[in-house]
Design a protein around this ligand. Structure first.
Ligand code: CA
Length: 223
């Protein structure tokens, strides 16, 4: 899952990106409102963290721009403005959640995870595909009750597939949601990683849909 962090306080943005990475999420940073407005409309993010006090364009203006352009990703506003009227204005502009500074990193992360999960139609943090279980809150995978250990990259790919069960997910879609903006993954790398995940699963849960991508399903492999 890929998150846009629009925050001009660079130390805070870096700490947030690190906390997100530890939770298995990839973060792209935008340091001002113009960059945030552009990135949110041109890249596919699973969620955004949006500071309201941004240079060049205020966060509220960025949010309105995204919503006018049909960008529907969940947005968590992060700001020092704690007045009720500010919060109302944020929700009115299309925000999904609101966190006032100072805040706990862990709280920002769990709120984002919850927003991402709900945007994908999942009511609880535990996702299940056949015998494969993913606790998106704890970041744990298990198969038939046995814990599975994945590398960070493998985990990000499988977590994305778990959020899209029984759907054909293209290579480019996986790349867009699993890698940060400045990384250009080649498809060989993705094949190698999928191969490793399959070996660890030991069961045919990830099906290749020729020319279309991959599908995570406990079914028989028929699309
Ligand atoms: Ca700021």
């Amino acid at each position: 899952m890929r998150v846009l962090v629009a925050e001009d306080d660079q130390a805070l943005a870096a700490r947030l990106a690190e906390a997100l990475a530890q939770a298995g999420l990839v973060a792209d940073l935008a340091r001002d409102g113009r960059e945030a407005a552009f990135a949110g409309c041109t890249e596919r993010y699973d969620a955004a963290v949006l500071d309201l006090g941004l240079p060049h364009q205020d966060g509220m203006g960025v949010l309105r721009h995204w919503r006018e352009q049909g960008v529907a990703m969940p947005v968590l506003i992060l700001t020092g403005r704690s007045r009720w009227s500010d919060k109302l204005a944020g929700f009115g502009a299309g925000a999904d959640d609101y966190l006032t500074k100072p805040f706990l990193m862990d709280e920002a992360v769990v709120r984002l995870q919850a927003l991402i999960r709900r945007a994908r139609g999942h009511g609880t943090p535990v996702l299940q595909v056949g015998p494969l279980r993913y606790d998106s809150h704890a970041g744990d995978f298990s198969l038939g009750g046995q814990r599975l250990v994945f590398t960070a990259q493998e985990q990000r790919i499988l977590a994305y597939l778990m959020h899209r069960p029984d759907c054909v997910v293209s290579r480019s879609e996986i790349a867009e949601h699993v890698y940060a903006r400045d990384l250009d993954p080649d498809s060989n790398t993705l094949d190698v990683l999928i191969g490793r995940i399959r070996r660890k699963l030991g069961q045919p849960l990830i099906h290749t849909e020729r020319g279309r991508g991959f599908r995570l399903s406990a079914g028989d492999g028929l699309a």
